[in-house]
Ligand binder design. Structure first.
Ligand code: ZN
Length: 358
């Protein structure tokens, strides 16, 4: 047996790290889901390719629809994006190929539940300890895949835009006790923010940006049994180097932005971001966002970044936990508004123009 020389080992290790970002996520183990009998994708056909130089709510809705419905067969089928299922892999491949097609530098960040359990500093260990027996056994083996896209700008600062793409394994909040073990389609909670950010990525691909913009589509925000949430955000925040952190202009998270049926709140740790976001919404005539309350309380994908002391803000309905869709089988595309998704996209676009510090 020959000893591998050290420089070769280093080179191999570097190659492995480099490849980790270029490879699709590993194939997940098969899992039996208990899908509801009614198919929320039946009313839809494959959305046309997004076109046009300006932001369109219809395009944002179409991107959302392609994430939650599988149009590869003749009849569209619900695409549940649950860690450890084939839907998760299909979804992350769709996001990766779409962002790449817009010319963004796109990579995967793959990790397991066991990696997540090690990320104690950002709260993951404490959450994972709350898992029940079944979840505790499964967690270490669960695969997670963040999709990250980058595009440079005129300054070296980084603006990180986040939306989660996973959907919840069980509709724990469903009003009908018989449906609480059904999977959640997550059109609003798990796809609306993605639709908006994909439309922005498309339109920005031909524009000069004021910062380096990173789009992070997180996996595992909702957790397998509510006991290991924010997996993707924790993993991404944990991997940031000190020099990257020092370049952060801000973190903007969009969660459940698919309709304006309830009031919004802007939750975070800065005064500037909510102020400029509301100004942007006002200028775009988007009342539900211009009137958003600042403050409140929510643990979401922006939390791990706030733990690092980075400026971060979450745009989320203030009473999401009282809606009929949150973690229920009613979180379906027909509840979403293409026109409001366009409003959100235009507000974020203007916010990005207003954000550079004076
Ligand atoms: Zn959720």
């Amino acid at each position: 047996m020959m000893r591998t020389p050290l420089p070769l080992l280093v080179a191999l290790a570097m190659l492995a790290v480099a490849l980790a970002g270029c490879l699709p996520p590993p194939a997940p183990p098969p899992e039996d889901l208990n899908p509801p009998k009614d198919n929320a994708c039946t009313p839809y056909t494959r959305p046309p390719a997004a076109t046009g130089a300006s932001l369109s709510g219809q395009n944002a809705f179409g991107f959302m629809l392609r994430l939650v419905c599988d149009f590869s067969a003749k009849d569209p089928k619900p695409l549940y994006r649950i860690p450890g299922t084939a839907g998760q892999t299909k979804a992350s491949l769709y996001l990766h190929s779409t962002l790449s097609s817009f010319g963004w530098n796109t990579t995967w960040q793959n990790f397991t539940g066991a990696d997540y359990q090690q990320m104690d500093k950002l709260g993951a260990g404490a959450w994972a300890n709350a898992c029940g027996k079944e979840a505790k056994e499964r967690l270490p083996h669960l695969p997670f895949s963040n999709v990250v896209a980058m595009r440079g700008g005129t300054s070296n600062s980084i603006l990180l835009l986040i939306a989660h793409y996973d959907s919840k394994r069980t509709a724990s909040q469903d009003r009908d006790p018989a449906r609480t073990t059904d999977p959640v389609l997550g059109a609003n909670d798990g796809a609306s923010g993605v639709g908006v950010l994909l439309e922005l990525a498309r339109v920005w691909s031909t524009k000069t940006l004021p910062f380096e913009i990173r789009i992070l589509f997180t996996d595992g925000e909702d957790g397998f049994e509510d006991c290991h949430p924010l997996a993707g955000a924790v993993a991404y925040a944990n991997a940031l180097t000190q020099s990257e952190r020092s370049r952060f202009e801000g973190v903007l998270l969009l969660d459940m932005v698919g309709n304006a049926s309830s009031p919004f709140m802007l939750h975070g740790n800065t005064e500037t971001m909510p102020q400029k976001f509301k100004l942007a919404a006002q200028a775009e005539g988007v009342e539900p966002l211009a009137k958003a309350t600042v403050g409140g309380s929510v643990v979401d994908d922006h939390t791990p970044f706030m733990s690092l002391g980075l400026p971060a803000m979450d745009v989320i309905p203030s009473d999401y936990y009282r809606t009929d869709y949150w973690h229920t089988t009613h979180d379906v595309p027909s509840k979403l508004s293409a026109s409001f998704m366009g409003d959100v996209a235009r507000t974020v676009d203007r916010f990005v123009a207003l954000l550079p510090s004076d």
